[in-house]
Write a protein that binds this ligand. Structure first.
Ligand SMILES: [Zn+2]
Length: 273
């Protein structure tokens, strides 16, 4: 099976072509032909952040949004409110991290409770990824919240795996800022080490979500690869994470049976054995 020589795609997850004797996936070929200007993207982000005085930080209590909250508050001196959308399957450790970090950074924390069982049930039953639907519902709820509060900016801990701008215009003039655009894993860990962030031991390479592990496993069983492959491949292509770590992140997760049973039970799914 051909494997891309630059990222982690192989023939199962992307079209691979031989270019100058080397196998490359379609996305890497496209990347090499239109390489994003990293300096330009970073400069654009800096310029935008100079304008931001007040913002909401989409705060999940996970490692990336913790880094985003720290940067917004301490590096850019933004008047921030951390807002967590608890979708009903947040890890207890993530909620504890959120409270501890917000207190440490002296940032007000608002937790909004919404039930996303419908999204998670469908994903697990059909062997699909819940992430896109979950993330867009969360962004929509945050957009409405920002609008009610008269705040224009929503800062998130997203990276920039695709596209060329570190921000996204949402409706009603709200702007999402991907504050971790082009930031490497190492840089993130340097910041986390300065903060009272405790790494939870969760299945599924996540620091906040209880659904990701079981969803990854179910998807893996159905398709033979991880639904995170495309996003992680982009991080490798950009040089933000090394291949070894990336391959570990897209391997099939081990999940203790009792934890999985609890989640399926909470969603009212009866598993056939
Ligand atoms: Zn590739």
């Amino acid at each position: 099976m051909l494997k891309c020589s630059l990222c982690i795609h192989d023939e199962r997850t992307a079209k691979i072509k031989i270019v100058d004797g080397k196998p490359l996936c379609k996305e890497c070929i496209n990347y090499l032909a239109h390489k994003p200007d990293k300096e330009k993207i970073r400069a654009e982000l800096e310029e935008l952040m100079r304008k931001v005085d007040k913002a909401i930080v989409a705060f999940s209590g996970g490692k990336d949004s913790t880094v985003a909250l720290y940067l917004a508050k301490d590096k850019y001196n933004v008047d921030v409110e951390a807002v967590m959308i608890d979708h009903g399957f947040m890890a207890r450790e993530a909620i504890e991290n959120a409270k501890r970090i917000a207190k440490h950074l002296e940032v007000p924390l608002t937790i909004l409770h919404h039930d996303y069982s419908d999204i998670f049930r469908e994903a697990l039953l059909k062997g699909k990824s819940p992430c896109k639907k979950c993330s867009s519902r969360t962004m929509e709820k945050l957009r409405k919240y920002a609008l009610r509060k008269g705040i224009k900016y929503i800062i998130t801990g997203h990276e920039l795996p695709f596209g060329h701008h570190p921000y996204r215009l949402m409706s009603n003039g709200i702007v999402q800022i991907r504050l971790l655009s082009l930031m490497s894993e190492e840089e993130r860990f340097e910041i986390l080490n300065k903060l009272p962030f405790k790494f939870p031991e969760l299945a599924g390479y996540t620091t906040n979500c209880l659904i990701l592990g079981p969803a990854l496993r179910r998807y893996y069983e159905k398709h033979g690869y991880s639904f995170e492959t495309r996003r992680i491949a982009a991080l490798v292509r950009y040089g933000l994470i090394n291949k070894e770590k990336a391959l570990k992140k897209i391997s099939k997760p081990e999940i203790p049976e009792e934890i999985e049973e609890k989640i399926y039970g909470k969603l009212g799914i009866i598993q056939s054995k």
